[in-house]
Write a protein that binds this ligand. Structure first.
Ligand code: TNX
Length: 767
């Protein structure tokens, strides 16, 4: 009786442990059908496979070593046992090269696929159902049937090892994490201004000189001084060809192709440090220490044939190391000024009948593509390679938004989508308060999850050129393995699901449920990761001409608490349910509460000002930049004041003055006018030199009622908001004209010295 009770209990436990709801594979498989019962992996389990298939032998090795790591069990191979795990490569329709079928019954596991890739992915799915580290628990798998295959063929992750060098061990860890979530392209950014990271036997100075820079790691990227000729270059590193071969093989075992990026024609100050004759100026320099590009050579000379000989020799060695079909040649952000001032480049333009320097870049890329094609490979580059004409067979990586990708797909070129939003994983994922310093921007887990790589602008014919998408991890602000992990986890999991799973299977709440076992895995393995975006979004809306706000959070089932009296919200504060009507000037603060704990590091905060110009029309003498339209034309009279987040609420204008005229629709008595402006040195945004305030009753004749001159230095680097204002004797006005005068040029000593400055303004407050 006792025994029967025990059996029933065990059955109930095992039954409740596994059900459709708690299978937690990421990315979500195409189809999962649950059955009763379990398969237990133990010493009585054998694996069966065709030993003459070499490819499968790798996968078997990966599987058996993983099982040994988490349980100590040495699985028997091809022996008759009570239970077996059967690996088969055979022809299966409709699941493609990377798909797999997985069937688990109490006595057998069958893994079948068209190729080794599918076998590897079936193994990854199994591993996600097992503990991540060694425990004493028995290895129990639920009985089920899975059929699974990816939506996109390019599921990429990029890592910049130039701005910071990461050891082969860290690179392997990155590859391993990618593999667990079925990502299959590792874009290895091996060359940039700040370091050349790949050994090239023919040009040893590329690494003996180009891989080392003067160490200013203690200073923020943008404020590092440039190296002087006799400085000690001690920071850096590179991969030997042997290390690269090993990493390529390690990745291949996990069905990951490594696409090497050998940047050209710009972003190569490191190569020029090694061989100054490659640049137009041919002057000696050291690799860059950070982001200061003044007075250095960053481009190859496009008029010098020996540059092409050099690049062909480099690429030949690169192609010997990397079997990848695609070779990435960069092509981004080429400052064409040195070419404009170079006799050789100008001669090339003449001889080749090119129109300008854009076409010179196109000439450069086409010449390199010809060489790459002659070696039976394909060239891929950043979207700038569209400018001046795309090379005949080039694949485009679209990073400045999706426009380049859309354009290339329309020209019937293959495309990989990696738009800054949401694919740049060097951007913040929450905060920014409480987060490690990042380059800027905000790509939350949910914005990544919501990403759709096929733009609506593409028709059925052009869609097929979108190979997939990729996240990029640039490392100007990232120097450790822990920080790398933190920036990609868990966002990579969201992207993995976007790229693998069916589009209509997207389910944010279910994804969050499935994330929990991954979080546990990261904890057990000691990986650093972001626990989520606990920010509250405060969204002003106008309902029946009344200003009201909605509060939202990305966290499923989160409670939002808020205050309107300036105090910090806590678990006892008002709980948000419906839009909050704003009928007086106030500051709203809101935070997320989960399990009775305030989660937000800092509450979201927004100031509202109710004044006489709310909702009134604004006209501008010079148009506001289309990038900084905030909530539209009347953003300066919406009652919502700008915060330090540049992309919200502010109207931005480049080089020109901001001259705004408000029509109050009727004559009102006025005594005070003000406008808020922003200075954000790092983003080239400066306070106006002065602001002039005028009023009028007829819109023709204006009277000046004040002028406020800026008293804050343009060299202040901390983001600063300044209110410019004037108070005068009560006067009647229907029209208010506010003229904020642009600094016009970035000041001396600024990285953008002499280039157009931005002016950012928000609420014009009229009382
Ligand atoms: C732009 S993306 C770059 C990189 C920077 C990155 C920082 C691209 C092709 N160029 O050189 O590291 O922004 O987010």
């Amino acid at each position: 009786m006792k025994k029967l009770f025990f059996i029933i209990l065990m059955f109930l436990i095992s039954y409740t442990i596994f059900s459709q709801e708690n299978i937690a594979i990421i990315p979500k498989p195409v189809s999962v059908v649950m059955h009763d019962g379990n398969f237990v992996i133990d010493a009585k389990t054998s694996i069966l496979y065709n030993t003459s298939n070499k490819e499968i032998a790798n996968a078997i090795h990966f599987f058996t070593s993983s099982i040994k790591e988490i349980s100590g069990i040495d699985l028997k191979k091809n022996q008759h046992q009570e239970k077996s795990i059967n690996f088969q490569i055979k022809q299966i329709p409709n699941i493609g090269k990377e798909g797999y079928q997985l069937q688990i019954t109490p006595t057998n596991i069958t893994i079948a696929a068209n190729s080794n890739a599918g076998i590897v992915y079936a193994i990854q799915s199994i591993l996600q159902l097992l503990p991540g580290v060694r425990t004493n628990a028995i290895l129990k798998l639920p009985c089920l049937t899975i059929e699974d295959y990816p939506r996109f063929e390019w599921r990429g992750m990029h890592l910049d090892v130039s701005r910071h060098f990461f050891s082969p061990e860290i690179v392997k860890e990155y590859i391993n994490l990618m593999a667990r979530y079925k990502m299959n392209v590792f874009h290895w950014h091996l060359v940039d201004d700040q370091g050349w990271r790949i050994e090239i036997k023919k040009y040893p100075k590329l690494t003996s000189v180009g891989a080392w820079r003067v160490d200013y790691t203690n200073l923020v990227w943008g404020s590092r001084p440039q190296a002087k000729p006799n400085d000690d270059a001690t920071y850096g590193g590179y991969y030997t060809q042997d290390q690269i071969k090993e990493i390529v093989a390690y990745a291949a075992e996990r069905n990951i192709t490594i696409v090497p990026e050998i940047e050209m024609p710009g972003h190569v100050a490191s190569a020029i440090a090694a061989y100054p004759e490659l640049s137009c100026s041919q002057k000696f320099q050291l690799p860059l220490t950070g982001g200061n590009y003044t007075n250095i050579s960053s481009n190859y000379c496009a008029g010098n044939d020996s540059v092409f000989t050099f690049l062909q020799n480099v690429l030949t060695e690169v192609m010997q190391l990397f079997p990848s079909k695609y070779i990435h040649v960069g092509g981004d952000e080429v400052d064409k000024t040195p070419w404009k001032n170079c006799v050789k480049c100008q001669n090339r333009i003449k001889q080749e009948g090119l129109k300008n320097e854009e076409e010179l870049q196109s000439y450069f890329m086409k010449r390199i593509e010809k060489f790459i094609i002659s070696k039976n490979r394909k060239m891929i580059g950043w979207d700038e390679i569209l400018e001046g004409g795309l090379a005949p067979e080039a694949t485009v990586m679209s990073w400045r938004g999706e426009a380049g990708g859309i354009e290339a797909a329309k020209q019937k070129h293959n495309v990989v989508m990696t738009p800054g939003t949401p694919c740049y994983f060097d951007h913040y994922q929450t905060g920014p308060e409480g987060e490690p310093l990042a380059i800027g921007g905000m790509n939350t887990l949910k914005t990544v999850y919501d990403y759709e790589p096929i733009s609506k602008e593409l028709n059925d014919e052009n869609k097929k050129y979108v190979l997939g998408a990729q996240a990029n991890l640039w490392t100007e602000f990232i120097t450790t393995a822990e920080h790398v992990e933190y920036m990609v986890l868990p966002r990579m999991l969201a992207l993995a699901e976007v790229l693998w799973s069916k589009k209509d299977a997207k389910d944010w709440i279910d994804f969050n449920r499935r994330l929990q076992p991954s979080f546990k895995y990261f904890d057990e393995k000691g990986f650093h990761y972001s626990k989520g975006n606990f920010n509250v979004e405060i969204k002003p809306t106008s309902i029946n001409n009344k200003l009201s706000v909605t509060l939202t959070s990305e966290i499923p089932n989160a409670i939002i608490v808020y205050t309107t009296n300036g105090t910090e919200p806590n678990t006892l504060s008002n709980v948000y349910t419906n839009p909050i009507v704003i009928n007086a000037s106030l500051t709203l603060k809101a935070a997320v509460v989960v399990n009775n704990k305030v989660m937000s590091v800092k509450p979201a905060e927004q100031k509202f000002v109710i004044h006489k110009a709310i909702g009134k029309n604004v006209m501008y003498q010079y148009s506001i930049s289309k990038y900084y339209m905030a909530n539209g034309n009347n953003s300066l009279t919406d009652g919502v004041t700008g915060t330090f987040a540049v992309n919200k609420y502010w109207h931005g204008i480049n080089e020109k003055d901001l001259i705004a005229t408000i029509d109050l629709a009727e004559t009102k008595s006025v005594t005070n006018i003000s406008i808020n402006c922003l200075q954000k040195y790092a983003d080239w945004i400066f306070l106006p030199t002065s602001v002039q305030f005028e009023i009028s009753t007829d819109g023709i004749n204006y009277t000046t009622v004040g002028k406020d001159v800026n008293n804050i230095s343009t060299s202040i680097k901390e983001p600063t908001i300044k209110t410019f204002s004037t108070t005068f004797n009560q006067a009647n006005a229907r029209y208010i004209r506010v003229s904020a005068y642009n600094l016009k040029e970035c000041p001396k000593g600024h990285p953008g010295e002499g280039k157009p400055a931005w002016l950012f303004a928000d609420e014009i407050i009229v009382n």
